[in-house]
Design a protein around this ligand. Structure first.
Ligand code: USQ
Length: 397
């Protein structure tokens, strides 16, 4: 297939591009390199030394003989450029990662809230709009988030996107209907993914676009089979308070002798998936496009759930690290349970990589290797969800 990977220079986009190129597909990365600009804005860098996208694709070609094409396009701002590119290339499938993905970054300031909403919502809408205008019947696979559901399960498992409900009619009958699971975002970033869901539902219904939305959990790990092949193919690996995600942060913190930064009681339960499974799931989704019919296909892309404090205790046992119990900069439930259905990927052949498989040590080793690149002052998470919380977090020693 000819596949456009929008946001193919990012944390999941890059290993996905390599995985699909390796599988024989013709890959075109469209990216505005915003993630690299945000590193510059924040004054942080990936723990792993990353080369330019042009250099990465050159090395991939030298290693494998396969080409990955790169096109510098801002989806949110350059509608005509995007439309022109799609008109010329008419890809068979489009994978859409091209959004600002960090919840703390999205809550930093009014400017960051505006940026995240404008960037994410415009990127998604520009893409859908152009596909209809060009009569492009490509399968669109979008990377969504488990965060669209919120994290309280009221004792029931979260289904894969849709919820059957019974509605009482005026004449006293009960009719059943299927609705999108009620969205309950916990940050501006997560809210943009809820808005994406509405855009997808409309364009699938109105224009018959074939869309798959993958509600992914928190990714852990950094390497995939392909990024291991050459030092310059390495994936990015974030440790800072805005972009580093919880388990990867704990592992890096353990490697540099920094106390593990648990927010609050660490009672938050979240869904997780290893980066290798993430790229496999995307391939499985590509191979199983929806047949149309006006309904968006939704998968829960996660393999395990864990409580934050259990992860911290596990990493502490494994490495001898200390745990720091910190005031929570976020507005979120202190404790929650979470049960998630993920049968669709399992039925399509996904064999999950779990925490128990020795990969945690590998991540600590990667972190130790590049520990000299860590700026310890950038480890704390300082983006607060409200002014009240900011005042508390600042005043708590
Ligand atoms: N947390 C800590 N200590 C830390 C960092 C985080 O206790 O040092 C806690 C947070 O308070 C939160 C939980 O760990 O309760 C998860 O935080 P996270 O930063 O690992 O994940 P999140 O902000 O939810 O976002 C990440 C990705 C996002 C993706 C999402 C999937 O950045 O792109 O959509 O995970 S999910 O969480 O399932 O919605």
């Amino acid at each position: 297939m000819k596949i456009a990977v929008l946001g193919g220079d990012g944390f999941v986009g890059w290993p996905t591009s390599l995985h699909l190129s390796d599988a024989g597909h013709e890959i075109h990365i469209l990216d505005n390199l915003s993630r690299r600009w945000i590193d510059t804005e924040l004054g942080v860098q990936s723990l792993t030394p990353m080369d330019s996208i042009q250099e990465r694709t050159r090395v991939w070609h030298a290693e494998t003989g396969r080409r990955i094409h790169f096109h510098l396009i801002d989806l949110a701002k350059d509608y005509e450029l995007l439309k022109g590119w799609l008109a010329r290339h008419r890809p068979d499938a489009i994978i859409h990662f091209a959004e600002q993905r960090a919840a703390p970054y999205s809550m930093k300031s009014d400017r960051h809230k505006n940026y995240t909403v404008n960037n994410n919502v415009n990127a998604t809408h520009n893409l859908l709009n152009a596909m209809v205008e060009l009569d492009l019947d490509a399968h669109l696979v979008h990377l969504g988030t488990m965060g669209v559901y919120g994290y309280s399960t009221v004792g029931a498992a979260i289904p894969e996107g849709y919820l059957p409900v019974g509605i009482e009619t005026m004449d006293g009958r009960t009719v059943s209907q299927e609705i999108l699971y009620p969205s309950n975002p916990g940050s501006i970033y997560h809210m943009t993914k809820c808005l994406d869901q509405q855009l997808f539902a409309f364009y699938a219904k109105n224009d018959g676009l074939r869309i798959t939305d993958l509600h992914q959990g928190i990714v852990w790990g950094t390497h995939t089979e392909q990024t291991r092949r050459h030092a310059q193919l390495v994936n990015r690996f974030d440790y800072d308070g805005d972009y580093g995600t919880v388990l990867n942060r704990f592992l890096i913190q353990a490697a540099i002798g920094y106390p593990l930064t648990v927010h609050g009681t660490g009672g938050q339960t979240r869904a997780f998936i290893h980066i290798q499974d993430s790229v496999r799931c995307i391939e499985i989704a590509l191979k199983n496009p929806p047949q149309g019919g006006g309904r968006v296909e939704i998968f829960n892309q996660m393999t395990e759930t864990h409580r934050v404090r259990d992860l911290a205790e596990m990493v502490a046992r494994m490495t001898g690290a200390q745990i720091a119990w910190l005031p929570n900069p976020r507005k979120e439930a202190a404790e929650n349970d979470l049960v998630v259905k993920n049968e669709k990927f399992l039925n399509l052949g996904l064999a999950p990589t779990t925490l128990g498989e020795g990969l945690l040590e590998e991540i600590v080793d990667v972190a130790k290797k590049f520990a000299y690149r860590v700026d310890r002052s950038r480890v704390p998470a300082v983006s607060a969800w409200t002014r009240d919380i900011a005042a508390k977090v600042e005043h708590d020693p």
